[in-house]
Design a protein around this ligand. Structure first.
Ligand SMILES: *Cc1c(COP(=O)(O)O)cnc(C)c1O
Length: 393
């Protein structure tokens, strides 16, 4: 029977659960966009987003999704005929490379794995085998949302430096920003990309690009520029109109500023990372408890490579599509489809506005659905998750 009633839970890896406060901030009458409060709110957002990525560099905001932030970067930095090196693994690094390639930039890659992080030794070897200025940039993903593998960004920077390469380091943090520890300046990252709707707790519609000074300088005058995304036009904007290349996304600005207030009130981004670490540990403990030889298993094998924003679960002989259907139709819990293999994989998103009730509720629902299917499961994942959360209380 269906017990679906009341508030529904999205446990997909974005868009994530939106805080009521953020939704309330979103829903407001339009203000004057040329003067007054909106200008201060926008400035607070643009300044306040820098510590979230741990950088003193530039921040540019696109009105669009994560893909638009990729495009903004391509158009501002690359020239036709440039070559970039994509560090593959999972789904999104490859997708980014494909997006860049359409703009006339050549793409080379280091093959990756769906269960393990980028092989940094192979990256260094590849870079060393080419002239120092051969690659305009190295493109990597912090946490791949299909696999939930987290890559070691600082180690890739060290490999670029050890190879003597002048390539810029660009990192897609669309899934991980506001969830997993990230230190742009300390780790030597030149471009960081995120979007509003995952860990940043704001409805889909804003893309963020943080860029180092040398990236902006290197791109100045490049031949891929277009008027809408142009950084030069946005830098030192005298009017808010220029910051957003047109009418500012008023509702999103208020909503994203409210999300920043919530991060501050929690104790800053470090406290947010710590909460995600505990809740992600609880999810992984549940999956481990459910594990059986031909059944459920974690996609990521190395604990050093666990992403704290999403967990990809392999289901072996258990029908993952039927499992998702029972969770959603029977209980109003939407779990993420397994991008790499929908029939025998699912994903649990735990990004942004998550807490013990949402996590334990989601895990409890999955466990109930597994039992209803007669699926082989080891022990209670809910009990294992409660142990992890209990130890942190
Ligand atoms: C969600 C996601 C994207 C795509 O972002 P959109 O906002 O859907 O364009 C790209 N990369 C990663 C790692 C993601 O998680």
């Amino acid at each position: 029977m269906s017990l679906r009633h009341g508030r529904e839970t999205v446990a997909i890896p974005g868009p994530s659960i939106m805080p009521e406060r953020v939704l309330a901030a979103f829903r407001r009458a339009m203000p004057n966009i040329y003067e007054g409060e909106l200008l201060d709110v926008s400035e607070e957002l643009l300044d306040g987003m820098k510590p979230i990525a741990k950088t003193d560099g530039h921040l540019f905001v696109t009105i669009g999704n994560g893909h638009s932030a990729w495009e903004m970067t391509t158009s501002n930095v690359f020239n036709a005929g440039d070559t970039v090196l994509v560090l593959e693994g999972g789904r999104f690094a490859t997708a980014w490379g494909e997006a860049v390639e359409i703009s006339g930039v050549k793409v080379d890659s280091v093959p990756g794995s769906d269960r393990a992080p980028v092989d940094v030794g192979a990256v260094q070897e590849k870079l060393t085998s080419m002239p120092a200025d051969y690659y305009a940039a190295v493109l990597m993903v912090h946490v791949d949302t299909a696999t939930s593998v987290r890559n070691d960004v600082a180690a890739v920077r060290a490999a670029i430096d050890a190879a003597g390469s002048s390539a810029l380091l660009m990192v897609d943090c669309i899934a991980s920003m506001g969830c997993d520890e990230y230190r742009m300046d300390e780790w030597g990252v030149d471009v960081t990309i995120a979007a509003s709707q995952k860990g940043l707790m704001t409805p889909p519609g804003l893309g963020y690009v943080w860029a180092s000074e040398r990236t902006v300088e290197r791109g100045n005058g490049n031949d891929r520029r277009n008027s809408y995304f142009d950084w030069q036009k946005r830098i030192g904007a005298e009017a808010i109109y220029q910051n957003y290349s047109g009418t500012p996304p008023v509702s999103h600005i208020y909503a994203a500023r409210e999300a920043l207030h919530m991060i501050d009130e929690e104790g800053g981004i470090e406290a947010v990372w710590a909460r995600h670490a505990v809740l992600a540990d609880a999810v992984r403990a549940a999956v481990r408890a459910w594990s059986t030889p031909h059944g459920i298993d974690l996609q990521v094998t190395d604990p050093e490579a666990y992403g704290n924003c999403v967990t990809t679960v392999r289901t072996g002989s258990i029908d993952a599509i039927e499992l998702a259907r029972r969770c959603e139709d029977g209980a109003g819990v939407t779990i993420g489809k397994g991008l790499l293999n929908p029939a025998s994989m699912f994903r649990i998103g735990h990004m942004g506005h998550t807490n013990p009730p949402t996590i334990l509720g989601t895990l409890g629902t999955i466990e109930a659905a597994l039992r209803s299917m007669g699926a082989p499961i080891g022990e209670s994942g809910v009990a294992a998750a409660a142990d992890v959360i209990g130890a942190a209380l």
